[in-house]
Design a protein around this ligand. Structure first.
Ligand code: CMC
Length: 430
């Protein structure tokens, strides 16, 4: 990282600042001395102009529609690699050799089972509990089951906790699904690859033999690769902030899952599909487009727009291709939802409102349709996102813990409440 010093003038105060340059992407102004020299904070709700950390993991160029994991374009990773290779890359910084990959796969596979008492923990939920509620609880509860990997100062424990979460997340997610449909849990089968094993844990039943469809497994694996990391988004920042206090990694990832649940973030794929269902028919699209444009209507086209991508989301392009592969494999041609989705996409890409505001379809627009075709209920969509994003959260959490300059995250505020006043006894209040 190169840096140069300079100064900015704020309200007649000259403030010394350092401009730090990354390898690619915008430089940052280090304003750590601002408060000391001016008594003022910066104000940036939503952090639209604020870099919260230095990171070597993921790079996004939102204007150009570029996404790199450790320097590798997402398109190349999704085309040529598998999800566990991406996990290795995100965690260790380099693509594995064949021997490293075999060892990593083996280590993940050895951790796929969960403590048997976790099953009883699941029984405590109502059958109709949202699987994201179950996941927040189950992942948080892992810290109560795996005491030997919660000491964050021990690198070995950090790595064991990381492997455990990557390995067990599919098992926990499949259990959440099985519980919601009233079927018995299916144990992992370690001879299968990561995504095939997950499909089997979701869809196999003891009464029948289950054969994994390789097209579905490959599509799911690609969905996992596309969702694996996305630099300092809301849930990742939540994981970093939770971790900055020294909280154990299971608790931090549970915090990330809670944040991901929101419809403006990971919940958007569920919201996008619900919206397509609500629109129902291509004839209704103009009414919904008008609602989306109406400033007085809170309705937004779910699955469109992105805080960072002001160009086509590169993940959406791959997702669109994967979506068509899955639909072709399953022989789905005349799906009314698909008709609505394609027409909506066509209109949004040609309508001046969407063009001027750079609102392109995002990954959630296509992932919802794909996951539905694969048989997942909408309530599971965000769970699959959480499963895939776990490795990104862990890589970012580890990077933060291993950074010697790491401090507890503690933003400041612009206070606009009451000034100091005296307490009045209850009988004397008006
Ligand atoms: N439909 C209609 N108008 C929109 C939409 C939309 N989906 N998204 C943004 N706009 C408008 C918005 O009303 C605003 O208009 P104006 O400038 O006239 O006030 C303008 O575009 C800019 O919007 P913004 O809210 O300032 O942009 P943002 O960067 O804060 O929001 C977003 C990004 C993703 C929250 C937003 O685009 C959105 O709510 N999209 C729908 C939800 C969605 O699909 N989320 C998934 C994001 S991708 C998955 C992930 O990374 O988690």
């Amino acid at each position: 990282m190169s840096a140069m010093t300079g100064h900015i003038v704020v309200d007649n105060h000259k403030v010394d600042v350092t401009v730090k340059n990354g390898t690619i992407g915008p430089s940052v102004i280090d304003i750590a001395k601002l408060y000391g020299q001016t008594g003022m904070f910066t104000y940036d709700p939503g952090f639209t102009s604020t870099a919260s950390c230095e990171s070597k993991i993921t790079f996004i160029d939102g204007d150009e529609g570029v996404l790199l994991y450790r320097g590798y374009p997402i398109e190349q990773l999704a085309e040529h690699g598998d999800f566990l290779e991406t996990c290795y890359l995100l965690l260790y910084g380099e693509l594995p050799t064949a021997a490293q990959k075999a060892d990593f796969d083996y280590r993940v596979t050895r951790h796929t089972m969960v403590h048997e008492q976790m099953a009883r923990f699941y029984q405590g939920f109502r059958r109709d509990a949202h699987p994201m509620a179950v996941m927040v609880a189950a992942v948080g509860a892992m810290s109560a089951f795996y005491h030997d990997s919660t000491d964050i100062s021990d690198p070995t424990q950090r790595m064991i906790a990381s492997m455990r979460m990557i390995a067990k997340m599919p098992t926990l997610a499949a259990m959440a699904y099985k519980y919601s449909v009233g079927q018995p849990f299916v144990y992992p089968l370690n001879s299968l690859d990561y995504s095939s094993n997950f499909l089997r844990m979701c869809y196999a039943v003891p009464a029948e033999e289950y054969k994994v469809n390789p097209v579905m497994a490959r599509a799911l694996d690609r969905i996992f690769i596309l969702h694996a990391d996305h630099e300092q988004n809301a849930s990742t920042s939540t994981v970093r902030l939770a971790g900055s206090s020294g909280a154990n990694p299971f608790a931090c990832i549970a915090a990330g899952i809670a944040c991901l649940w929101g419809p403006a973030h990971g919940g958007a794929n569920e919201a996008a599909l619900k919206m397509l269902q609500e629109i129902g028919h291509v004839d209704n699209i103009p009414r919904y487009i008008a609602k989306a444009k109406d400033k007085n209507d809170p309705f937004r086209l779910m699955g469109f727009g992105h805080r960072v991508y002001k160009n086509y989301d590169p993940r959406a392009k791959i997702m669109q291709k994967t979506c068509h592969e899955v639909l072709t494999e399953l022989g789905i041609k005349d799906d009314p939802l698909l008709d609505v989705a394609l027409e909506l996409e066509r209109i949004a890409l040609s309508d001046s409102y969407f063009i001027e505001k750079k609102l392109y379809p995002n990954i959630d627009f296509y992932s919802g349709i794909t996951l539905k075709a694969m048989g997942f209920p909408t309530s599971m969509f965000t769970v699959l996102f959480a499963l895939a994003r776990t490795v990104g959260w862990i890589a970012q959490w580890k990077e933060m813990i291993e950074d010697p300059s790491q401090k507890i995250g503690r933003p400041r505020q612009l206070y606009t409440g009451a000034v100091q006043r005296d307490y009045a006894p209850i009988g004397k209040r008006r």
